[in-house]
Design a protein. Structure first.
Lengths: 89, 233
């Protein structure tokens, strides 16, 4: 899709979600991501921790250890989920 | 949802000494996605999950090298104290090691669920021995069929671990032969019972497959079980 185009309405509605596995699929990244998970076991461990996040869990009280666990899983420079996503921007 | 793969994974985790206190396939209402929820003490109370995933994923990777086909995306680990785990425990049924039972409710803990299938506990060693004994008889399981069911009987030599005689009957066995010393008579009944009678006194054991328990005599000694399993191939 070109940046100046209006997005397809149905597709845009599907993207109206916080569900991370679903967003990965909609972005057309699922196959690439699965290949990366097979090649990088640490990325899979991190993804598993990240995919537990929900828009509701952000309001829940949590432990420091659990919060750090999520933060590290996202931001780890070599195997973090954000590091992988940045390669596909 | 992969019922059989889920069962295989739970059994393998136990074999690899990863305790799973409750497990089930859950279709989350919000996403519509199925996940295999695994409750394990690897996740402490309110603790992080990454180390637990590391351990579980290591087992899955080993299994994948052997041809295991479950999508590694489709699992979530939770602690045994998680309300979802507690609800799975409270709602699980069925015989140990058997198929998962459907969950009739709409919530597990705080999670809205569309559907769920909760696995029964894994069998303990004595129950596992009974299940293997039943399976080695290769008899169709028809609980409740009673005396109309087919019975398969074999006489086994305990020392040589070999089948000496085999026959089938319905109702009552005609012309039962006395056992010689060192022989075992094993009967598989379609209703789900396995009876073992030895030539010596006190050598009577009975396993119920539908109830998954030893109903008479407790679990037989290893020598007896091993002889039967070997003889039946």
């Amino acid at each position: 899709m070109k940046s100046e185009e209006f997005p397809d309405k149905k597709f845009a509605e599907k993207c109206w979600t916080h569900n991370l596995p679903q967003l990965l699929d909609l972005a057309g990244l699922k196959a690439d991501f699965e290949a990366s998970l097979k090649a990088d076991p640490d990325l899979l461990d991190n993804w598993d921790a990240v995919k537990e996040w929900t828009e509701e869990s952000r309001y829940a009280r949590t432990t420091k250890a659990k919060a750090e666990n999520l933060y590290e899983a996202i931001t780890d420079k070599k195997h973090g989920v954000l590091s992988w996503l940045k390669l596909h921007w | 949802m992969q019922i059989k793969e889920g069962q295989t994974l739970i059994e393998r985790l136990a074999h690899e000494e990863v305790a799973v206190t409750a497990a089930g396939w859950v279709k989350e209402s919000e996403s519509g996605d199925w996940y295999l929820y695994l409750a394990t003490p690897l996740v402490g109370e309110d603790g992080p999950t990454r180390s637990a995933y590391r351990r579980v994923n290591a087992v899955i990777r080993k299994m994948q090298e052997e041809g295991f086909g479950m999508d590694p995306f489709e699992k979530k680990v939770i602690g045994p104290h998680d309300p979802i785990a507690r609800d799975m425990l409270a709602n699980r049924g069925g015989r140990p090691g058997g198929p998962p039972t459907p969950f009739r409710g709409s919530r597990l803990g705080d999670l809205d669920v569309e559907e769920a299938y909760i696995y029964p506990p894994l069998p303990n060693p004595e129950e596992q021995a009974g299940i293997e004994l039943w399976e080695c008889g290769r008899t169709e399981l028809r609980p409740g069929i009673g005396p109309a069911g087919l019975c398969r009987v074999v006489v086994i030599d305990l020392e040589n671990q070999a089948v000496l005689q085999k026959r089938t009957y319905r109702g009552t066995m005609a012309n039962p032969q006395p056992l010689s010393p060192g022989q075992l008579e094993v009967t598989w009944a379609e209703g789900g019972a396995v009876r073992i009678i030895g030539s010596a006194a006190q050598q009577r054991w009975s396993w119920s497959q539908p109830r998954a328990n030893w109903e008479e005599g407790g679990c037989p000694p290893d020598k007896v079980l091993h002889a039967i399993l070997t003889a039946m191939g």
